[in-house]
Design a protein around this ligand. Structure first.
Ligand code: NAI
Ligand SMILES: O=C1O[C@H](COP(=O)(O)O)[C@@H](O)[C@H](O)[C@H]1O
Length: 260
């Protein structure tokens, strides 16, 4: 098997979506500040590959990243309403620490869990709710500047800028995945925005496996399923990563199917 892949934030929702679907495909190193219970760890992953550490702990991160070929960096405060102190420490300082350690260790690929909230302010009053509906043609495609909708979004946009610097300065291949709304089993109910940016668990795992496998330089892509409703283009993820999502929130629409 190839060199290991480090997954930070392995115990969370995105981490578990990945491990449930592709947990046996890679030689994982798993890092989370919370101890991982046995049911969260794929069978083949031994204790020596599991790190209970904070991503701001440079020494611990250096140990976890030594000899890995790729990093999927998820650890952080995921709350859209998270206060500045928390996003500064967990999302900005933490991401900086992981990038520093990865660059120093000569990691080849780095996938960063960015967010829809990095661009949430494109959802202006005059565009919504139409942009959440399948007839609407408005699309963000990853070439636009960030327009964060909260301080959490600011921290994710800052993470993207940090990855840009580490790509340009150290040559590490980077893909920023602006993840939509990961919900298990079915899209969010009675929440059009969430349905438009739904990412199913299996599509999420497939997308991050493509981030490990594909060749790229620096990318910003959107991570949503193959939804009829959408305001994020997934063309770039398809083209560069070979992303081929199979779920679609329209399959769960109400009976009249009016998309509203
Ligand atoms: N779930 C979603 O729909 C979306 C998630 N994201 C991003 O994906 C990433 C993962 O999100 P979720 O799995 O939903 O969150 P989660 O809260 O379920 O998982 C995050 C994990 O990271 C760990 N963690 C947090 N801060 C840490 C630190 N300083 N050091 C070490 N471990 C730390 C937590 O213990 C937790 O297990 C986050 O960066 C989030 O911003 C982005 C967009 C949408
Ligand atoms: O970045 C994130 O986005 C999702 C979706 O945002 P929401 O405002 O529509 O709920 C959110 O659920 C997740 O916690 C967050 O990390």
């Amino acid at each position: 098997m190839d060199d290991p892949v480090l997954l930070t934030g392995a115990g969370g929702r995105v981490g578990q979506a990945i491990l449930r679907h592709i947990g046996t495909d890679y030689d994982w190193r798993l890092l989370d500040r919370e101890p991982l219970s046995d049911d969260k760890i794929p069978e083949r992953v031994g204790d020596e590959a599991v790190y209970a550490a904070d991503i701001t702990d440079r020494e611990a991160v250096e140990e976890a990243v030594a000899g890995v070929r790729a990093v999927i960096h998820l650890a952080g405060d995921p709350r859209p309403e998270a206060p500045w102190n928390s996003v500064l420490q967990n999302n900005i300082d933490g991401t900086h620490t992981v990038l520093e350690a990865a660059a120093e260790a000569g990691v080849e690929k780095f996938a960063f869990a960015s967010s829809n909230h990095a661009v949430g302010s494109y959802e202006t009053e005059d565009r919504t709710p139409d942009m959440y509906r399948s007839h609407d043609k408005f699309r963000l495609d990853g070439t636009e500047l960030p327009r964060p909708s909260n301080l959490y979004g600011v921290s994710k946009a800052t993470g993207e800028i940090l990855t840009r610097y580490y790509h340009d300065e150290y040559g590490i291949s980077v893909v920023n995945v602006r993840i939509g709304n990961l919900t298990e089993g079915h899209p969010p109910i009675d929440y059009e925005r969430g349905q438009a940016m739904w990412l199913s668990y299996r599509d999420c795992a497939h997308l991050f496996s493509r981030c490990i496998e594909a060749d790229y330089d620096f990318e910003i892509v959107y991570g949503i399923s193959n939804n009829d409703r959408k305001y994020y283009s997934i063309d770039r993820a398809k083209e560069v990563l070979g992303f081929d999502p199979i779920d679609n929130s329209a399959e769960f629409e109400d009976e009249d199917g009016d998309g509203e």
